[in-house]
Structures are given as C-alpha cells and as structure tokens.
Design a protein around this ligand. Structure first.
Ligand code: FES
Ligand SMILES: [Fe+2]
Length: 375
C-alpha cells in the first residue's frame, strides 16, 4: 500500500503561501501522528496548533507528548536522547520523565546546590493511543491546567472482526476552510468527478434532515445517495442501507453505514497544524466485504484518490485566499458551514465566561431542520 500510507505533502504549505489564520480551539484532543512512527528508543516530532511536540513510546508501551522545548534554554528536546525511560536534553543533559514531564536529573548540580530537580517540569500533554494515532490534549495556553477533557475520541466499531485503513493529507489552508470543505455538500459533482464515483450529470435535488447534538449536528439516518457507485455496491447485501453523519467540535466528522450486520465506520478530523495550515486524517473500519481478498487495497486506493481531489482543490483555493478575498456562505448548501462557525463562536464565548449560567455553549440550531440542495 505504498501509494496510501505516505502523508502527502501539499506543495508549498509554508512561507508566503499561507492563507489567513483561524482562531484555534484549545482544551480538546487532536491527532498528532501515526503511532507506527514511534519506534523503540526514538523520538518523533509533530506540530499541533502552532505548538511543536516531541513524541515517543516508553518501554512499558505508553505513548507521550511533550512540548519540544527544554524548560532550561528552549532547545528542542527532539535533538536529545531517549532510552525508553527518560528524555535527555542534548544541551546540558537534564533528564525528564516524559509522561509527567518531571525533571529527574540535572547533571551539573553539586552537593552544594539546594535546587530540587524534581520540582522542575517540562511541558507534557495528556497523550493517548487510539486507532493508530497518538491523540494529544492541548490545553489553552497559559491556563496552567493539566485538565483533560475525558478520553481521546475513538472510531466506532460494531464487532470484533473488521478491516481498517487510514490516510492523511496536509492542506495549505486554515482549519476553518478545511472543515467547511469537509462538510460542503455542493462540491461533490465537481471535485469528485470520476466514473467510479459519480458524474456531473448526476446532480439532482437532495433533501437531508439535520438535528442538533451536543456541540455539533447530525445528518439523520438516511439511505445514502442512490446515484453513486460504491453505495450501489452495498446493495448486494439486499438489506436497507442506513447512513448517519455527525459533526462535532472541534473538528470531527463521523460516518456510520449499516446494512444488516454489515457496517462501515469512519472518523475524519481536520487538525490545525498552525493557525494557517491544517491536515486531514481519515481512519475507517468495516466488516463489509471482509472476505474479499483485495477489498482493503482497493478501498485504500479509492479513498486516497478521493482525499487527493479535495487536497488539490484546497491547494488551488489557498492561492486565491492569499489575497484575502471576501467570501460568502449561501443557503442551504452552506448551512452546515454556518452552523460550524456558530458552534465555534459559542464555545469561544463560553470559554470567556466560564460557568456563567451553567448552561454551556449555546447551540445555533433550535431543533431538527430539513435542508435542500442540488448535488
Ligand atoms: S537547554 Fe536543556 S538542559 Fe539546558
Ligand atoms: Fe470532498
């Protein structure tokens, strides 16, 4: 699967090609990297929300994520050493326990020194391994909190036997553009034209029901577009096919397709790497076509093509966004994007007035609604 597992680099995603910055949502979990990159005794780096991270796996199997700066003089800890127990800074050799960040040794201290090394901490973030990703909880800068909001998100699975795949692509636009591109129903017939998916001529009117869920919205269970080939294939099981798509803050789209005891499940996230660039990650699991020998590579191949089409479009969009054009959101096809911005705004406001009236962020939807568009 060489065409699939590689993280595709979007052409110049740095320097002056960066679009406008987005407001970032903290106090939440984001996927930093694939844990396959965490090799024994090695350190790996990643960037989340403009924060440089150094990640690794301890000898006992636990994954960790620290800020990639030594608290002494700021040099990246990733230039140092890791023996499976402690991270050692390459500048003055301070040693840290990487899950807590606690300093375990300052080699330069003599018997005369009264400094207690164990009271010094490098910044360590809560980090959990889930579905092959190292998920990192990023607290609000300066909040000083090591609070973690529950557990890292997990891809839903509906049985013990399944196959799975993942893919990533870097996008040269800010996280807001990445997310609204993800939930945009109207680009399908133009961006994803392909004989195996659908053609531009297949555009027709869609009516979809949406309902509010905590910090997000759900496209209610429905029979998926009858005019796309992969969905037609699912009909082979001869049972009704039902799809549910949820979006929840800060960046997660989950899709579940069920057909009798067959299922497909995916979790897609658009993660801010910096305030003006992001990365899309898709992880999926399914038990449909479980015994078909080539089903996994074929699914990966088409999944990668699909995401590549979105990526190319966003690289082109970023060219335009460099010049800060004015933009618009229209009804109803851009309604999910409007909900996203309103949900985000509500969370930011709730953060400014913590535990105000105890009601939490205000939801922009009053109840279920039907949206109509052609795609
Ligand atoms: S900079 Fe890391 S030990 Fe001095
Ligand atoms: Fe797309």
């Amino acid at each position: 699967m060489p065409f699939f597992d590689r993280t595709k680099k979007a052409t110049p995603a740095r320097g002056d090609n960066q679009g406008p910055a987005a407001t970032l949502l903290y106090d939440d979990w984001y996927p930093a990297l694939r844990t396959a990159r965490l090799k024994r005794g090695k350190l790996a780096t990643a960037m989340l929300l403009d924060i440089p991270l150094v990640l690794g796996r301890r000898n006992d199997g636990r994954v960790f994520a620290m800020r990639d700066n030594c608290p002494h003089r700021g040099i990246p800890l990733s230039y140092g050493w890791f023996d499976g127990e402690r991270v050692t800074c390459r500048y003055h050799g301070w040693e840290f326990e990487p899950c807590s960040g606690q300093c375990a040794l300052i080699p330069s201290l003599s018997d005369q020194d009264r400094l207690d090394a164990s009271r010094i901490y490098a910044t360590a973030f809560p980090c959990e391994e889930q579905d092959g990703y190292a998920w990192v909880f990023i607290p609000r800068p300066g909040s000083g909190r090591q609070a973690r909001g529950g557990k890292a998100p997990e891809l839903a699975k509906f049985g013990p036997r399944y196959r799975s795949a993942h893919l990533s692509a870097e996008l040269p636009c800010n996280v807001d553009h990445g997310i609204i591109g993800l939930m945009d129903p109207a680009h399908g017939p133009f961006v994803h034209q392909a004989w195996w998916w659908r053609s531009r001529a297949s555009i027709r009117e869609k009516v979809k029901r949406f309902e509010p869920i905590p910090e997000g919205f759900r496209m209610s269970a429905h029979a998926p577009s009858a005019n796309s080939a992969p969905y037609k294939l699912l009909g082979v099981y001869g049972q009704p096919v039902e799809t549910t798509i949820d979006f929840v803050l800060p960046n997660r789209r989950t899709e579940t397709i069920r057909c009798g005891d067959k299922w497909f499940s995916s979790l897609t996230t658009v993660t801010p790497v910096t305030a003006s660039t992001c990365r899309i990650d898709v992880v999926a699991a399914w038990n449909m076509f479980y015994y078909l020998p080539l089903a996994t590579p074929i699914a990966k191949f088409f999944g990668a093509k699909f995401v590549r089409q979105d990526q190319i479009t966003m690289i082109q969009q970023a060219e335009g966004l460099r010049y800060n054009p004015s933009l618009m959101l229209i009804d109803d096809a851009d309604k999910p994007a409007k909900w996203y911005f309103a949900l985000k705004q509500a969370r930011l406001e709730a953060e400014r007035e913590p535990s105000g009236c105890g009601s939490g962020p205000k939801h922009p939807m009053e109840g279920p609604v039907e949206l109509h568009w052609r795609s």
